[in-house]
Design a protein around this ligand. Structure first.
Ligand code: HEC
Ligand code: HEC
Length: 276
């Protein structure tokens, strides 16, 4: 399990272990419509088709359990019960695209042969697991809830302006001003760790004959690179036949994420939470 995924899972659990966090409603700026959050899904009227949940569990065990654990709490791949993707899903809108497209660059294959009803059952099963987790008072003893909430805002501030070098790219009176009011705590953590879900990388691909193409990366796995070039066309090539230069505006931010210790993250989060 990668550090980032683990971290996001811990955070989600931590906030939902605390009813005060789950139910607090932060003001949301007018520009940014409120997002679905775990609190919303726990308040949602609870209607379940238990037959679908049972079918979904069987399907999940055989198709997904190897990586995500038979009960979806994670194995060699992330815990899905505490996944923000799952907790914010509405009727499969977030889960289904992950199943159909996979995350080939991160180790999850695309499942192209599952039928719609099989996916619906898996979605029902995952929602059931989330519901059970939120509504049971059991908090796993092995995650650092206390540590997370005792992060020091002043240490976070010092890290932000000092060794974290965040201030090289961000300003708390500029782009990050009011960030804690813009996002719920869970979303803020998520945006700090995964700044953007949208692909921002661009690539210059040089063919054997010297011709160059430049554009936004839309596909990148072990074997192929795909871009949408300036002319608006989608192009893709086998990687071993072209030269590729990738430019990733978030690369520096991502690299930093790998260097944080847990304490840094908790402190930074405590600091960012003061930016209301
Ligand atoms: C070969 C291992 C593997 C299998 C099999 C697999 N996954 Fe995954 N899955 C992963 C990995 C690795 C990730 C994390 C990808 C990342 O870091 O973005 C992931 C991520 C996810 C996520 C997103 C979690 C998040 O919070 O970002 C969902 C949802 C998901 N998988 C559902 C499923 C379902 C449903 C199945 C079965 C149909 C399945 N996976 C089968 C490896 C697998
Ligand atoms: C080399 C530049 C760089 C550094 C250093 C950097 N970031 Fe970022 N960060 C970015 C970029 C680029 C984005 C994406 C902005 C966007 O998508 O609007 C981003 C996004 C974010 C976001 C989400 C903002 C939003 O509105 O969704 C947060 C929070 C954040 N960074 C926190 C930090 C913290 C904390 C540090 C220091 C530990 C840090 N960043 C270091 C470049 C950087």
């Amino acid at each position: 399990m990668s550090f980032r995924v683990l971290f996001v899972s811990l955070v989600t659990t931590a906030f939902c272990g605390l009813p005060a966090f789950c139910q607090s409603n932060k003001p949301v700026s007018a520009k940014q419509p409120p997002k679905h959050d775990v609190a919303a899904s726990s308040r949602k009227e609870h209607k379940e088709d238990l037959a679908a949940v049972a079918r979904g569990h069987e399907q999940f065990k055989s198709t997904c359990g190897f990586c995500h654990g038979d009960d979806a709490t994670g194995n060699r791949a992330p815990d899905l019960v505490r996944s923000p993707v799952v907790s914010r899903d509405e009727k499969g809108d977030r889960i289904e695209p992950v199943i159909r497209n996979g995350r080939p660059d991160k180790g999850m294959p695309a499942f192209t042969t599952l039928k719609q009803n099989q996916i619906d059952d898996i979605v029902a099963f995952l929602h059931h697991q989330v519901y059970e987790a939120i509504h049971s008072s059991h908090v796993p003893g092995d995650y650092p809830l206390a540590k997370l909430l005792t992060g020091s805002a002043s240490a976070g501030k010092a890290y932000f302006n000092g060794p974290g070098a965040c201030s090289g790219c961000h300003s708390v009176t500029g782009d990050l001003a009011g960030i804690a009011a813009k996002y719920s705590p869970i979303d803020l953590q998520q945006h700090m760790v995964y700044p953007s879900r949208e692909e921002q990388r661009t690539a210059i691909v040089t063919l054997a004959n010297g011709q160059k193409f430049e554009g936004k990366v839309v596909h990148n796995d072990e074997f192929r690179i795909g871009i949408v070039a300036r002319d608006g066309w989608h192009h893709s090539w086998p990687k071993d036949q072209v030269k590729i230069e990738i430019h990733d505006p978030l690369a520096a931010h991502r690299e930093l994420m790998e260097k944080y210790t847990d304490a840094d993250i908790h402190n930074l989060f405590a600091y960012l939470e003061t930016l209301k």
